[in-house]
Design a protein around this ligand. Structure first.
Ligand code: ADP
Length: 546
């Protein structure tokens, strides 16, 4: 466990200590002279040295100093024991012994009598074995009466406190200014140099958490009340009995510990708050950078898209001219192959248009026009464009519009694009059945499909919108996928072998456009039964009414 050198002449003390420490598992070396010390040091290295201040042929203080200045041994912890008290001056400036003065260099100064178990605790701490090192609270005794100081110091030392004595207010303040703050100050009200209240104020300015017990003379009760108002923790009237005084010290210590813990926690909180703010600022910065990069990416995509669209348009245009026979008659094979070129070109154009649209929306480059949108006419146009696909899949379509359906008010081109995306999906994800396109004003929705869709609250209560819906009897969508459908490039079935082609951009574009004019989009769907997508269109120009 460790080598302990016990350097003692007082065998009455060292024998039981050696026995106790041996029982605890330490290797104890009892040393009584310099010669044995030197011999032992040649073969053993001590982990802790316990040294009595009073030795017969050696000077304990000098030995301690020699060891603490020795390059090889200076790090060995030394516990010094003594039967004499050290005055505040001696502790600070060293003890006079014979002709010389020796500084107090030991790591621990323990008063005898002291139980072996107590010493063992200090050894364990010095060896770093104790997780909770025994904390010795420091207590300042500030009183000009020597007897009271003596009484308090002796008692406190026996109770394992570290008392320091001061006979004037100024010496106490000097010690506070230069050293570690004590845990409790026992402060006499009547000091020879400065009043206790002034000392108290100075203490509070610097150390608001130190516990202060004010000692007052008989008849000073008013002062005591004043002192309590000035944030003194307790007061005791002189002459006092030692037991109540010790109780007050214990209570004050607990209070000051709580105060210190609170201050520490507040400081810790401030520090972690500071850390959080720092990280937040870093995140903000990174986010801004990401947004810039995202903007650049969108602008790049939009530019590249435009660059690609121009030659693609001429490929499509010239293919159409060839197919129409402008450059001479074509045989069947040529016609079939050119039709395939045209189909692929048109498909590529749609993909390109989607990429450009989403890139421009993300880059904030889409500005909506304000047009009157005749719903029925726009729906006819979209159905006409998708007629071939509908016929190929042998799907039926039906329209259910309110009798006096007002026109919508938004960008005609964009409403058409949204409807195109929704109807195109309805066709793509249905193998049979009917596609129903419905439109009504929100307040006058007929009891039917739209009511069952649980549209967002404000949509049902406000009459300023049209609700359009596209319903199919296709494969349906699981509810857990409702939200992700509107993410860019997101397809519910993302596998390479999936049955339905597409870019995963149609719904993202539709939602972004709807958000742009302040509308809503939502859906209702059941697997194997079908899906209904709803979206709103303003009836009047909101910007004009403001
Ligand atoms: P794309 O159709 O190009 O894949 P969209 O953004 O239009 O992209 O749609 C995203 C996904 O939402 C589709 O891949 C599909 O899984 C699902 N989806 C959209 N509309 C329907 C629908 N009417 N029925 C079933 N699933 C649909």
């Amino acid at each position: 466990m460790g080598n302990i050198f016990l350097i003692y002449n007082d065998q009455q003390f060292s024998e039981p200590l050696a026995q106790y420490l041996t029982e605890q598992g330490y290797h104890v070396f009892q040393i009584q002279s310099l010669e044995t010390l030197e011999e032992s040091l040649e073969t053993q290295f001590p982990d802790v040295i316990i040294l009595d201040a009073l030795l017969q042929k050696m000077n304990g203080f000098e030995l301690c100093q020699t060891l603490k200045e020795h390059p090889q041994y200076k790090r060995i912890p030394i516990i010094m024991t003594s039967a004499i008290y050290l005055s505040e001056k001696e502790r600070a400036h060293g003890i006079r012994f014979g002709e010389a003065t020796y500084p107090i260099l030991a790591d621990r100064w323990l008063m005898k009598p002291i139980a072996p178990a107590e010493i063992a605790k200090h050894i364990a701490y010095l060896l770093g074995k104790e997780t909770e090192p025994p904390y010795v609270p420091t207590i300042f005794i500030v009183d000009d009466e020597r007897d009271i100081r003596e009484l308090l110091r002796t008692t406190l030392e026996r109770r394992n406190y570290r008392p320091l004595e001061f006979s004037t207010g100024q010496t106490c303040l000097d010690a506070l200014a230069s050293g570690i703050p004590p845990d409790v100050i026992l402060l006499d009200y009547k000091l020879p140099d400065i009043s206790g209240m002034i000392v108290l104020n100075r203490i509070r300015e610097q150390f608001p958490d130190i516990g202060v017990v004010l000692m007052t003379a008989y008849g000073d009760e008013d002062l005591a009340i004043h002192a309590i108002e000035e944030d003194v923790d307790a007061y005791i009237r002189k002459p006092f009995l030692i037991e109540p005084m010790l109780m007050l010290i214990t209570q004050t210590l607990e209070r000051s510990n709580i105060k210190q813990e609170r201050t520490r926690l507040i400081a810790q909180l401030r520090e972690s708050n500071h850390e959080v703010m720092k990280h937040y600022a870093m995140l903000e910065h990174a986010n801004r950078r990401l947004r810039e990069l995202d903007q650049l990416k969108s602008e790049f995509l939009a530019n590249v898209g435009h660059e690609l669209r121009t030659p693609l348009n001429s490929i499509i245009g010239f293919t159409e001219l060839l197919l129409q026979g402008y450059s001479g008659p074509l045989n069947n094979n040529q016609c079939r192959q050119l039709s395939m070129v045209l189909n692929s070109g048109n498909h590529l154009l749609r993909v390109l248009n989607d990429v450009i649209e989403v890139a421009m929306l993300n880059a904030g480059q889409v500005v909506l026009t304000h047009d009157i949108v005749p719903i029925s006419a726009v729906v006819q146009e979209v159905l006409q464009e998708l007629r071939k696909k509908i016929e190929q899949k042998q799907l039926r379509t039906q329209q259910r519009f309110d009798d006096e359906l007002p026109d919508g008010y938004s960008s005609r081109e964009k409403i058409k694009l949204i409807l195109y995306n929704l109807i195109d999906n309805a066709i793509k994800f249905s193998s049979s059945g009917t596609i129903t396109i419905a439109a009504c004003t929100a307040l006058r929705c007929p009891p039917g499909d739209i009511r069952r869709a649980h549209p967002p609250e404000h949509v049902t209560t406000k009459g300023d919108y049209l609700v359009l819906s596209v319903q199919d009897e296709g494969i349906g969508i699981r509810e857990e996928n409702f939200d992700i459908l509107f993410d860019e490039f997101r397809q519910v079935d993302g596998s390479l072998t999936r049955e339905y082609n597409g870019t995963g951009l149609g719904l993202a574009i539709s939602k972004k456009l709807i958000d742009l004019y302040g509308g809503k989009i939502w859906l209702e769907s059941r697997i194997g039964v079908g899906s209904t997508f709803y979206f709103t269109i303003p009836i009047k120009d909101e910007s004009e009414s403001k």
